[in-house]
Design a protein around this ligand. Structure first.
Ligand SMILES: Nc1ncnc2c1ncn2[C@@H]1O[C@H](COP(=O)(O)OP(=O)(O)O)[C@@H](O)[C@H]1O
Length: 201
């Protein structure tokens, strides 16, 4: 049966404090706006945004068990706990909320870490999570400014902020975020090169 968004929203809201639900609404609105700006599907963006933090306030042991039971291949569990809710959210979106669209499931799965070769939908959801109106960390205004003209440049700034913070804390870095940044740098470079060649032709 096709899942009903209103029912899913009520269920997700019941699993988190009101403040995190307001963050979720901010991510949804921002993801829809970025989708319209950059040509992603706003319906997919809305679904991914509504579900992206569904597992965030689950007990850590439930998050861990969800990943173990699903036979996760990626080594999330070797890294810090704040990363686990993202793949756990994708698993519950599929199993409990009957989301079958792999684009939506991947956007949920990689919304915190990013990944190399991010899809347009991955980028929109991940960036919306960084810059929704409720976010107030140092550097967020620069990310919002960059997002006016480049999803990739804005995400690079977001990942660099996260990586810098982890380095300052002496915390391990889940390497997928580093690979995500490298991959976005390559994309920007290729786009610049293409523009240059167009200019010459
Ligand atoms: N590559 C990474 N390696 C380790 N921890 C990371 C990495 N990327 C993000 N994190 C952790 O995840 C946290 C992100 O949490 P937060 O933004 O609150 O979650 P959400 O993305 O669900 O809103 C960061 O503060 C950091 O502690």
């Amino acid at each position: 049966m096709k899942p009903d968004l209103q029912a899913v929203m009520e269920s997700v809201r019941a699993q988190m404090p009101e403040k995190r639900w307001q963050h979720t609404i901010g991510v949804r609105d921002t993801a829809i706006r970025l989708s319209l700006q950059y040509g992603a599907d706003p319906v997919q963006a809305e679904w991914a945004a509504v579900l992206h933090d569904v597992a965030k306030y689950w007990p850590v042991e439930k998050q861990r068990q969800t990943l173990v039971d699903a036979g996760e291949q990626e080594p999330w569990l070797q890294y810090d706990k704040p990363l686990w809710h993202a793949p756990a959210g994708a698993i519950v979106a599929e199993r409990q909320y009957s989301v079958t669209d792999s684009m939506i499931l991947d956007a949920i799965r990689y919304h915190t870490s990013g990944r190399p070769g991010m899809t347009l939908l991955d980028k929109v959801v991940c960036l919306a999570d960084y810059m929704e109106p409720g976010r107030a960390f140092p550097g967020v205004d620069r990310i919002r400014e960059l997002a006016e003209r480049s999803l990739e440049a804005a995400l690079i700034a977001g990942f660099e902020g996260t990586i810098g913070q982890l380095i300052e804390q002496g915390a391990p870095i889940f390497p997928m975020t580093v690979l995500a940044r490298n991959s976005l740098l390559e994309e920007l470079d290729a786009a610049r090169q293409e523009k240059k060649e167009e200019g010459h032709s």
